[in-house]
Design a protein around this ligand. Structure first.
Ligand code: NAD
Length: 353
């Protein structure tokens, strides 16, 4: 059966890194049809809308989506509804991609790239499971209003219902079952009622997964523990905002955000796959971007949505091989290694395959 993959290059370095990832995908000779569409700033420029109807329709009918990144200074002053990020949030919510998987793995070849001591991070392998379509990023009411005294007030609503917590909890417990069988649920239950409920639902779920050891941690402590002793974690599950912040911190433990893939899945395993980093406008168009996070996102796509685990393994092995060969883009460069461009890195992965 032919799988349909929709490619959304996006903005900044997006088109450069996606080109390399598509090249790698093409090398595998799988029965995959690739289509592409606009999203983010490039879609705003072409249509005025960061998520054009045509893109959304193509995304709905695709088996999986590969996204580069969106955003850039050009659109920073746009009103909220025509900001590039709105395209991304729209895709996540329209497709109900509620489960975001962000692995933070430190490749032994890059142990020196981390700002933390090698003994603190070497062998690091954490999976952060972030709820992606609820919480304070989507809660209503929201806005900026003017009070009677003329002062402006900004407000958002932090809300989760039981079923939203339960479905992300299940994803996290099941992921933990396939890994180290330890799950840490992160909340702020000493201050926020919504996370008191979060904690309660996680406890209820734990009874269904007796083989998984559940623990709880307050988000401020989790931020500290992530930089103090990150290897204590196996799988971490948390809400949208805390997950946004903690997964970036976890990403930096590995030394380069340019190495980290992510998956956002719906209840049936359909997913959108993208690197954890943004559109890096500071290096866009210069051939400096690391395409490996996007290439590794293709591996996640093959594993989670397209039932092609063997092909995913091959890509991951090929990435290990180019790292062993000492090839590095600027973000992961270290002494004695060879600096390569975005395209050269993609070519090296293709050659390793
Ligand atoms: P960023 O991740 O784009 O860049 C942070 C730093 O990391 C920059 O110095 C950049 O050069 C570097 N970097 C990022 N990816 C890299 C790669 N593949 N190879 C080498 N270096 C890389 O974050 P930012 O600067 O905060 O945001 C830039 C734009 O991206 C903003 O408009 C932001 O809204 C957007 N953004 C988009 C997404 C997304 O599309 N999912 C995520 C985060 C930020």
């Amino acid at each position: 059966m032919t799988n349909n993959v929709l490619v959304l290059p996006g903005d900044g370095i997006g088109p450069e890194i996606v080109t390399e990832a598509v090249k790698v995908l093409g090398t595998l000779n799988l029965d995959i049809e690739i289509d592409s569409a606009l999203v983010g700033g490039s879609a705003v420029d072409a249509t005025g809308n960061p998520l054009p109807e045509e893109t959304l329709n193509k995304a709905r009918s695709a088996d999986a989506i590969l996204l580069g990144a969106v955003g850039g200074p050009k659109w920073d002053g746009n009103p909220m509804e025509s900001r590039p990020e709105k395209g991304l949030l729209g895709l996540r919510s329209e497709l109900e991609l509620f489960a975001n998987f962000r692995p933070a793995i430190l490749y032994p070849q890059l142990a020196e790239a981390s700002t933390l001591k090698p003994e603190v991070v070497s062998g690091l392998d954490i999976l952060i499971v972030r709820e992606l379509t609820g919480g304070i990023y989507f809660g209503q009411p929201r806005g900026i209003r003017t009070l009677e005294n003329g002062e402006r007030e900004g407000y958002n609503t932090y809300v989760y219902n039981e079923s939203e917590i339960r479905r992300i909890g299940r994803q996290a417990f099941e992921a933990a079952q396939k890994r180290g069988k330890r799950l840490c649920s992160v909340d702020k239950s000493n201050v926020l009622e919504v996370t008191v409920l979060w904690k309660e639902v996680m406890e209820e779920l734990a009874k269904e997964y007796p083989d998984v050891e559940l623990s709880h941690m307050l988000v401020d402590n989790a931020a500290m523990q992530l930089v103090r002793a990150p290897k204590q974690f196996d799988v971490v599950v948390t809400g949208n905002m805390f997950g946004d912040i903690l997964s970036d911190a976890a990403a930096m433990l590995t030394g380069s955000i340019g190495m980290l893939p992510s998956a956002s899945l719906d209840k049936d395993g359909k997913g959108m796959y993208e690197p954890c980093h943004g559109s890096a406008p500071d290096i866009a168009g210069q051939g400096k971007a690391n395409p490996l996070a996007t290439i590794l996102s293709v591996a996640m796509m093959l594993r989670y949505s397209l039932d092609e685990s063997a092909a995913a393994d091959r890509i991951e092995a090929a990435v290990q091989k180019v790292l062993d060969q000492g090839l590095r883009t600027g973000d992961i460069m270290s002494e004695g290694c060879t600096l390569v461009s975005t395209e050269e890195m993609g070519d090296a992965v293709v050659a390793a395959l």
